[in-house]
Design a binder for this molecule. Structure first.
Ligand code: ADP
Ligand code: MG
Length: 318
């Protein structure tokens, strides 16, 4: 029998998304520290602020190196490594293309082929110079732009969980706009495991459709339903192919990745979306402690081998 226990849920809007923190003891100071941390991250990473460190790096493209904070350096460094590792599908220099398509930001358009070609020339990873001693970043070609949209939330979620742990908190749910990271044992269940809902595209909002039971891990979804537009019945969504410059064309609605590190989950969800259920699952099967759920256009669900069916719509991870 689970011991009855209270939960303390705090919610606020930041970075254009809803942040929700669930603790199992009243810890107001820790919540405020997370709020302050995310405000600080927004000041560093926001692409909507002209004065953010990331904007400064982008504005100095082709001109000069910019010295940034340790966090900014670290995230850019990680993102570049992942971009090298998954060169066919993940590219942190996708900024100029994202700006061109404007998907999910209003005023979207299908760009001309020459405009796309031009932007693709600005995505060469060798044109980024990092200096670890000075913590400086230099985008060597004018027009280059870093876009951390496919990785930043994961990095923040990992940092927040570490902070909570350092504050002596042993159980928590950190939810950054659907990117979920769990800490410790679930005090509300007898077996101390967690249940995380995965919003299937066809299920009504708020009804997850799928559920995964697991120990403390992270759950991240990349899908094409949050941001897209349609022209003549064709859907253009926000996961762009760094080789063609167009939205990735496949039969998938979304991919959910479950693993231990949220930053990695973010990258893998984008990469496996791109690769599709076959090649994507093959990649995931090679990684220890990592699983994925693929949902295709017909709402067909495929899962990797560590996700065992419990009953309809419910999977569990040992
Ligand atoms: P979301 O959590 O908003 O669904 P994702 O994690 O799937 O987003 O990342 C999508 C965002 O990442 C895009 O809005 C864009 O800023 C950026 N992006 C799009 N395509 C790529 C890509 N191939 N590699 C790296 N970043 C990308
Ligand atoms: Mg992602």
């Amino acid at each position: 029998m689970a011991v009855p226990q209270k939960k303390f849920v705090s919610q606020f809007t930041m970075m254009g998304t809803v942040i929700s923190l669930t603790l199992f003891e009243p810890r107001q100071t820790a919540i405020e520290a997370v709020y302050d941390y995310l405000e600080q991250m927004d000041r560093i990473f926001s692409v909507n602020r002209q004065d953010s460190e990331l904007s400064a790096v982008n504005q100095a493209a082709g001109k000069k190196a910019v010295t940034v904070s340790p966090q900014c350096f670290e995230l850019i460094h990680d993102a570049l490594n992942y971009s090298r590792q998954h060169a066919d599908s993940f590219n942190v220099l996708i900024g100029p293309l994202v700006k061109l398509w404007k998907i999910g930001f209003g005023g979207h358009q299908v760009p001309s082929a020459p405009a796309i070609q031009e932007r693709l020339q600005l995505m060469n990873l060798d044109q980024v110079e990092l200096n670890a001693t000075q913590h400086s970043v230099f985008l060597k070609q004018a027009g280059m732009q870093l876009d951390l949209g496919a990785i930043a939330k994961g990095y923040f979620a990992d940092q927040i969980v570490t902070q909570l742990q350092q504050a002596g908190i042993t159980s928590a749910i950190v939810n950054l706009g659907g990117n979920v990271k769990l800490l410790g044992a679930n005090p509300l269940t007898a077996d101390e495991r967690w249940q995380v809902g995965v919003q299937a595209p066809a299920a009504p909002r708020g009804y997850p459709g799928l559920q995964v039971e697991m120990p403390a891990k992270t759950v991240v979804t990349s899908g094409i339903f949050e941001r897209y537009f349609e022209v003549n019945g064709h859907r253009y969504h926000h996961i762009l192919d760094p080789q063609t410059g167009y939205p990735v064309e496949n039969q998938l609605d979304q991919v959910t990745v479950v693993t231990d590190q949220s930053e990695l989950a973010e990258v893998l969800s984008t990469v496996t979306y791109f690769k599709g259920p076959k090649a994507g699952a093959a990649l995931i099967e090679e990684l220890p402690g990592t699983e994925a759920i693929f949902i295709d256009r017909k709402q067909q669900v495929t899962v990797t081998s560590g996700l065992k069916p419990r009953r309809k719509g419910v999977f569990y991870i040992e």
